[in-house]
Design a binder for this molecule. Structure first.
Ligand code: 13P
Length: 288
């Protein structure tokens, strides 16, 4: 089976009141672990790739070839999309060219007129090739791979304008933050989220910064139209903790425990376990 656009899986999730997880990949271990989790949970999945991570993995073409190879070799049968996360205008075009099945164009740092014009161009180009598109209004707080946001709330009217361009799903800043949430974080703004869903007349919405949001807030966001949740930091923390535990226990010193296939195994297993748990939490398990 080939990789698919994220449109159908997200529209089904929106209609069924659950959300699809976008789990960002960083390397081969991440990709294997997330695909194994999706197959185990019988869930559709979106593999997220930031421009920084793509650069680290030697470019979009390498990423697409790696994902396709692993996908086919593992015999994955659940729907899988490969999606550019926070793409620039040129980045989105290059990812499409390299075979991504879904792209985010993040024009949220441009004046709204420019965001509209550029979003429109990417949407038209991607749709002519059957590729799904996410755009952003307002900004996600914090920093991810060099993409920095002040965290301002999205203007619901501007969300409607971008939504009306025919974007498939829309990321809107509602107080969410990339990375760890500070102890004094006020939480998601459900008033803004509700207004956006109302004005966009049921457009599937995307919740970025999905690591560390309390479960009841995630559940409420899903009832208000969130159908895609992005997770990156949480898996990095899981991988680091499991790897640290392995080394601190001295296991890298025992019976060739320094072999990378052994050294990286606990971290990969921890990612797989976490992704399965999140697919159950988001309600996408058994929806493949
Ligand atoms: P976290 O790293 O906070 O999970 O955010 C991921 C994200 O939103 C990717 O765009």
């Amino acid at each position: 089976m080939v990789l698919v656009s994220a449109k159908e899986m997200i529209e089904k999730a929106h209609a069924g009141h659950y959300a699809i997880g976008q789990f960002n990949i960083n390397n081969l271990e991440w990709t294997k672990a997330i695909l194994a989790a999706a197959q185990e949970a019988n869930s559709p999945v979106i593999l997220g790739v930031s421009e920084g991570a793509a650069k680290y993995m030697c470019g979009f073409k390498t990423v697409v070839a790696m994902v396709k190879g692993i996908h086919d070799q593992m015999g994955i049968t659940v729907p899988v999309a490969i999606h550019l996360d926070h793409g620039s205008f040129d980045g989105a075009k290059n990812a499409i060219e390299a075979g991504f099945t879904s792209v985010m164009f993040d024009g949220s740092h441009f004046p709204i007129e420019e965001n509209i014009a550029k979003s429109k161009e990417i949407i038209e180009h991607a749709h002519s090739l059957g590729i799904s598109v996410e755009c952003e209004v307002g900004s996600i707080g914090g920093e991810e791979d060099g993409v920095v946001g002040a965290g301002e709330f999205a203007d619901p009217q501007e969300c409607k304008t971008i939504s009306d361009l025919g974007v498939d799903f829309l990321a809107a800043g509602i107080g969410n933050i990339h990375g760890k949430y500070p102890a004094n974080w006020p939480g998601l703004n459900f008033e803004v989220l509700g207004k956006i869903q109302e004005l966009t007349e049921g457009k599937p919405l995307v919740l970025h910064g999905g690591s560390g949001i309390p479960a009841e807030q995630v559940a409420k966001a899903i009832t208000l139209g969130v159908s895609k949740i992005n997770v990156n930091t949480e898996l990095q923390l899981e991988f680091a903790a499991a790897t640290r535990e392995y080394i601190m226990a001295g296991k890298d010193q025992e019976s060739k425990g320094y072999d990378p296939r052994k050294l990286l195994a606990p971290g990969a297993k921890a990612i797989q376990t976490k992704v399965v748990a999140m697919m159950n939490q988001f309600g996408s398990a058994n929806k493949a």
